[in-house]
Design a protein around this ligand. Structure first.
Ligand SMILES: [Zn+2]
Length: 219
């Protein structure tokens, strides 16, 4: 199971590159080992073309290294905090993707003005607090913002995107969709004020999408 998750998490890092969500060594994906207090995450400071299942790092839910030749990503504490406090989460992704991070730099939530946003996020993509790396502040900010929120993505203020999912693939999908809608709504803003979608319609779209695809565990 650990070996399979090393492969999955390693492969998913290629999706961050494919969708142009990361620069240099920024960004990371992690995946919880089902039924264990363990998760697999990217090693710190290793370039994307050198990533493989063998250099992924296994950590416990306090973020301590359990198995691996490299030190874990510098964002490991944030991932660990999310896994400790959101037992339904099986995957976490972090990026500094351009358009979403531009909204984060302004501390502005992406308003729900596209049906694709209603489907995937069930409303706006919220902003989390400003938090410095080094302790649990980033993890706390993510959990405070996303607990009880439909959105699987949070824009951490002045920083970037964290997404969650039932597994790492769902979290990567949320990161890709987050950047996509952040870009579209940004472009829409250039020539005017995007039209809002009625809350009723947002609710209907979200319910339908979640039931049809059945991909999100309740939270
Ligand atoms: Zn970051």
């Amino acid at each position: 199971m650990i070996q399979r998750m090393r492969r999955t998490v390693s492969d998913l890092h290629a999706e961050l590159v494919r969708y142009d969500l990361v620069a240099w060594t920024a960004g990371n994906v992690s995946g919880r080992i089902p039924g264990e207090d363990l998760f697999v995450i990217k090693p710190s400071g290793v370039s994307y073309d050198e990533l493989g299942p063998e250099n992924m790092v296994l950590c416990d839910l306090d973020g301590n290294l359990v198995e691996g030749d490299h030190s874990p990503s510098s964002d490991t504490a944030a991932h660990a905090y999310v896994y400790r406090n959101m037992p339904e989460v099986g995957g976490v992704v972090h990026t500094h993707s351009t358009y979403a991070s531009a909204w984060a730099a302004r501390g502005e939530a992406v308003p729900c003005v596209l049906t694709a946003m209603a489907d995937e996020f069930g409303g706006e993509i919220p902003v989390g607090p400003f938090a410095l790396i080094g302790d649990d502040s980033i993890g706390q900010g993510i959990v405070e913002t996303l607990k009880g929120h439909r959105s699987p993505a949070v824009l951490m203020r002045n920083h970037g995107v964290f997404t969650i999912g039932k597994d790492p693939r769902a979290a990567v999908k949320a990161a890709v969709m987050c950047e996509d809608v952040a870009r579209t709504v940004h472009v829409a803003r250039q020539l005017g004020e995007p039209l809002t979608i009625a809350q009723d319609d947002i609710d209907r779209l979200y319910d339908r999408y979640q039931n049809v695809y059945g991909q999100r565990s309740p939270r």
